[in-house]
Structures are given as structure tokens and as C-alpha cells.
Design a protein around this ligand. Structure first.
Ligand code: ASP
Length: 341
């Protein structure tokens, strides 16, 4: 074996890429890993060693729970020195949540952690799974002229684009271009060559990898909409088991200015809940200083989530709430970029 060859750990968690239409109802269910290996012989053509870790049970990613992120990050942390990069095969439905979570759980990355999957099973004639998998492996193994990892961060490779994991969101349930990161250009674009956007890619950390495996999931999401009722808002904002609420607002961070709504926001804030404002818009940022309705939120102690996706904010809150920090420090960290988010 050539010791200069890159080595990749491919972790298979489930998702459409490895699914098969099952009898008797013909619906897609996770199948075993051998199907992927036999359908993608190209994996054997790489000048790198690929080892495999297969989850049991394999899951549809709509069954993902934070425990799965703890398992994934522990595997990567435990085997970090053995490999040059990691590829995670994952269902698309919650891939952006998982990629966001791992970006916070793995601090000081100097190696790639690339999520990918597909819209069609790898055994289907028009599958997008092969290209996604093969390019993800190539990206995970890519080195610069000095032999350092080209993409030392958590990213999603899908539909010819490499996106920062904690900036990405699933945007299409059927197109092969299922993901986008509306507030950040792709980190790379694959065509005949893979063109890396080196200016955007995070530098490799010099410090040793640190695992943050604790997560506090006492976070709720309140999506504002016309006709929302005081009862619904009260239940979410003042929920006994809730430590933080992501408020998905309109446009630049606006919400109703009615007394009952602002009273509830104030009460939650005074009870020590952390309230974060994230826009429902696909792209753009929260700026609560533009409109009076946004200013009311800011005056009630709501923190701006700026241009964060909801997926990223949820993962960041799970991470920060578990870190034993006081509320002021958590609010401060929410306004800083910890992992390029
Ligand atoms: N339901 C599937 C999953 O997320 C969808 C996919 O993989 O594309 O596991």
C-alpha cells in the first residue's frame, strides 16, 4: 500500500441513495450497503484508500435525532488521525440540520467532513447518487500544493455544488439541485474540473480537534403567520421545558406589533428565555432597526439571528445551551461566527 495515498472514511447512515422499492407496497426503504458498493465501482478507481462504517439501523433521515449526531461526531473524533477526510452518506431531508450540528460539535477541523446523498436511489438508471458520491470522495481527498486538505470544514456536496454545511438548506424536493446556501456562494463548483472558491473556504485549524458532544435540545421554533393566536404563541414562548425560541419572522425581522404579542415576548424574555429572530425569507438578513415592528422585537430583548438558516440556528443553540454559559455570553456568541455560519 502506498503510504502517500489519501485515506477516506465513508460513513453510511441511510437515505435515498441506498434505498430500494420494497415489496409489497413499493415504497422506498433503506437497503444494505453492498448495493452502493456494487452500483458505484468507480469508488475502486480512486487513488485513495476508502474504508467504510455502516450505521445500524440505516435510517430515512427524517428519523434523525441529536443522538445520531453524537454518534457521528464521536466516530469522526475517534478515528480522526486515521483518515485524511470523511464522507457521510445521509438522507437529504435533514442533511442541512446534521451538517450544521456537526460543524459546531467538531471544533478546530483541519480535515474535510463532506455530507452527500441523492434524490434517486443509486440503483436507479438516472441516479444522481453516483456523481454526488464520487465527487464528494474526490473533494474529501483533495489536497493543496502543500499537501493540506483543500476543504477543512463541514460541507454538503450535492448537484455539482459544494456548500458550507451550516449555510445550506434543502430547497427542492425533486430537483437534483436540492440544496443551496442563499447567503454564501458555493465553496466549489464541479464541472469538468472541480473549481474551489479558496477565498471562502475556512483555513485549517492549527489547534487539535475538539469534540463538543453535549447538546441541550430545549429549543422551540415559532413561525409567525397572519392569524397566529395568543394561545399558540404563549404555549411556545412560555413553554416550561423551553430555554430558547427561534422566532421565524417576516422580511427583515418583523412580527406583529399587537400588545398581546409583545407582552408575551417580553414575558418570555424576562423569564430568561433566549429569543432569536431569524427571517422566513430564503435569502437576506434580519435587521430589526429598519421597521418599527422589528424595533419592538429588539426592544423586547430579541437577539438578531442575522442571515442564519433556521437549521443552523437550531444546531447552534443546542450547542451553546449545553456549554454551561450564562445567558449574556450565549447571546454574545449568537452574534459571533463560530464556524463560518
Ligand atoms: N427521505 C429521504 C431521507 O432524507 C430523502 C432523501 O434521502 O433524499 O432519508
Amino acid at each position: 500500500m502506498n503510504s502517500n495515498r489519501s485515506s477516506i472514511l465513508l460513513i453510511y447512515t441511510g437515505g435515498t441513495i441506498g434505498m430500494k422499492a420494497d415489496a409489497p407496497d413499493g415504497v422506498l426503504r433503506p437497503f444494505d450497503f453492498s448495493q452502493i458498493l456494487s452500483e458505484v465501482p468507480e469508488l475502486g478507481k480512486f487513488a485513495c484508500r476508502i474504508d467504510y462504517e455502516v450505521f445500524s439501523p440505516l435510517i430515512d433521515s427524517s428519523d434523525v435525532e441529536p443522538g445520531m449526531w453524537q454518534k457521528l461526531s464521536s466516530i469522526i473524533y475517534g478515528r480522526y488521525d486515521e483518515y485524511d477526510g470523511f464522507v457521510i452518506l445521509h438522507g437529504t431531508d435533514t442533511m442541512a440540520y446534521s451538517a450544521s450540528a456537526l460543524s459546531f460539535m467538531l471544533e478546530n477541523l483541519s480535515k474535510p467532513v463532506i455530507f452527500t446523498g441523492s434524490q434517486l436511489p443509486v440503483g436507479a438508471p438516472r441516479t444522481d447518487g453516483k456523481e454526488n458520491l464520487v465527487s464528494a470522495v474526490e473533494i474529501a481527498a483533495a489536497k493543496d500544493a502543500n499537501g493540506r486538505a483543500r476543504v477543512p470544514e463541514v460541507a454538503i456536496y450535492f448537484g455539482s455544488k459544494l456548500l458550507r454545511g451550516n449555510r445550506a438548506t434543502k430547497v427542492n424536493s425533486e430537483s437534483f439541485e436540492a440544496f443551496d446556501s442563499p447567503n454564501l456562494e458555493p465553496l466549489a463548483q464541479a464541472g469538468i474540473n472541480i473549481r474551489y472558491n479558496d477565498k471562502l473556504i475556512l483555513p485549517a485549524a492549527q489547534a487539535p480537534l475538539k469534540l463538543h458532544n453535549e447538546l441541550d435540545t430545549r429549543v422551540s421554533i415559532l413561525k409567525i403567520h397572519p392569524g397566529i393566536t395568543p394561545g399558540v404563541v404563549r404555549n411556545i414562548l412560555l413553554g416550561k421545558d423551553t430555554r430558547a425560541v427561534i422566532i421565524e419572522t417576516y422580511g427583515a425581522g418583523n412580527a406583529p406589533s399587537s400588545d398581546w404579542f409583545l407582552d408575551l415576548v417580553n414575558r418570555a424574555s424576562n423569564e430568561g428565555k433566549i429569543l432569536v429572530n431569524v427571517t422566513q425569507c430564503f435569502a437576506g438578513t434580519v435587521d430589526m432597526s429598519i421597521y418599527a415592528n422589528g424595533k419592538c422585537m429588539e426592544n423586547s430583548g430579541v437577539v438578531s439571528g442575522r442571515d442564519s438558516t433556521t437549521e443552523c440556528m437550531l444546531a447552534k443553540l443546542f450547542h451553546l445551551l449545553a456549554a454551561g454559559l450564562d445567558n449574556n455570553t450565549i447571546k454574545q456568541r449568537l452574534s459571533e461566527s463560530l464556524r463560518g455560519e
